[in-house]
Design a binder for this molecule. Structure first.
Ligand code: KG4
Ligand code: ZN
Length: 341
């Protein structure tokens, strides 16, 4: 049987990403991160759509070239349908559908969250079913039980800010750059996580939902009480800045780890997966690994280029669905708040 070649397109937020997969293995995965949002401290939807429009063709061309594949050799095209910014989604989705129409090849629209759920299959040691998935990114915080391919149950999600969003907003308050997560992670390394006791949202509630707006507001009040104005720069050498970063990070990580371990124990799963941009966080990785190991569970996170938003995870889910004979109509709409079915 000949290997199936699938092109995957992801444009749900501020990454224009395109990948080529051969029978589920990555032949290329290009990610163009839009720098235009940096000066605003967050993603500006209108600017994101325009940047996707400018980047989509060059990124598709580069992904094909790197994989050594021509358009005619593609067996199918997958693109993100949602959730995400509608103007950003429309660029990749319409490009993918038009390409499928012109080439007369199958098209599948993919739920971005399903992409993150299956991204650990792009690791060298893929997970085994059933597993528990923690997805933490700038837009989402979700715990999902994945029983079998295509069979998942949402166990909990954030009721307000996503974990990455809280990192970005706290970084903005501290006058640090964007995205804030990696900067806070780096600064926290030299700080004391026990210096300030920030609130752990919903930690002692039975729900597996999350809430991160409380910790974010607590940091804001803490800074105000000490006369640090919003956006005012605190020197990078300031020892107390490292303590604020470490204490905030500990508050977020404690809740993520506690709820994940609680769910893993209740379900009795042997395997836990971690994905989304915040999966890069060193404290989260370390603590979750320790807790999983203590319980004899395997923890898997994909390489960083598959943790963040990427075309490979979209192509992977598209490939799984195409192998199952699934096709999407070319009238498929972009859906900003698409849920996991
Ligand atoms: O998955 P992603 O690339 O894009 C989406 O939001 O979908 O995730 C980006 C998020 C940002 O909020 C960024 O601050 C956060 O991931 N992030 C981190 C780290 N690296 C990226 N958060 C905490 N620690 C990190 N090392
Ligand atoms: Zn994402």
């Amino acid at each position: 049987m000949q290997a199936m070649i699938v092109l995957g397109i992801e444009t749900s937020c501020d990454e224009t990403s395109v990948a080529v997969l051969r029978q589920g293995s990555v032949a290329s995965n290009l990610i163009s991160s839009q720098l235009v949002h940096r000066e605003f401290g967050g993603v500006v939807p209108e600017l994101a759509s325009r940047a996707h429009q400018r980047l989509i063709i060059p990124v598709v061309r580069s992904a094909l070239r790197e994989a050594g594949v021509t358009l005619r050799e593609l067996d199918g095209i997958a693109a993100t349908q949602g959730p995400g910014l509608v103007g950003a989604l429309l660029v990749g989705l319409n490009f993918g559908k038009s390409l499928a129409y012109a080439l007369e090849k199958p098209f599948v629209g993919v739920n971005h969250m399903e992409g993150h759920l299956y991204s650990p299959f792009l690791s060298e040691e893929p997970p085994t079913f059933p597993f528990l998935s923690l997805i933490v990114s700038g837009g989402h915080t979700m715990l999902t039980h994945v029983r079998a391919p295509g069979q998942h149950q949402l166990l909990g999600e954030t009721r307000d800010d996503a974990a990455g969003e809280a990192f970005d907003k706290v970084a903005k308050m501290l006058g640090l750059g964007y995205p804030g997560g990696p900067i806070i992670d780096r600064l926290a390394a030299s700080g004391n996580p026990g210096a300030i006791r920030f609130p752990r949202g919903l930690l002692h509630e039975p729900t597996l939902d999350f809430s991160f707006s409380g910790v974010k507001t607590a940091v804001l009040y803490y800074l105000r009480q000490r006369g640090w104005g919003s956006g005012q720069h605190v020197g990078p050498g300031d020892a107390h800045l490292a303590d604020v970063c470490a204490s905030f990070q500990a508050a977020v990580v404690d809740v993520l780890v506690e709820k994940t371990i609680r769910a893993a124990r209740t379900l009795g799963v042997k395997c836990v997966t971690l994905a989304g941009g915040v999966a890069a966080n060193s404290m989260l990785r370390q603590h979750l690994r320790q807790e999983c190991q203590a319980d004899g569970r395997r923890l898997i996170w994909p390489p960083l280029q598959y943790c963040m938003d990427n075309g490979a995870m979209i192509a992977y889910v598209g490939w799984m669905k195409m192998e199952d004979g699934m096709r999407s109509p070319l009238g498929l709409p972009a859906v900003a708040n698409l849920r996991l079915s």
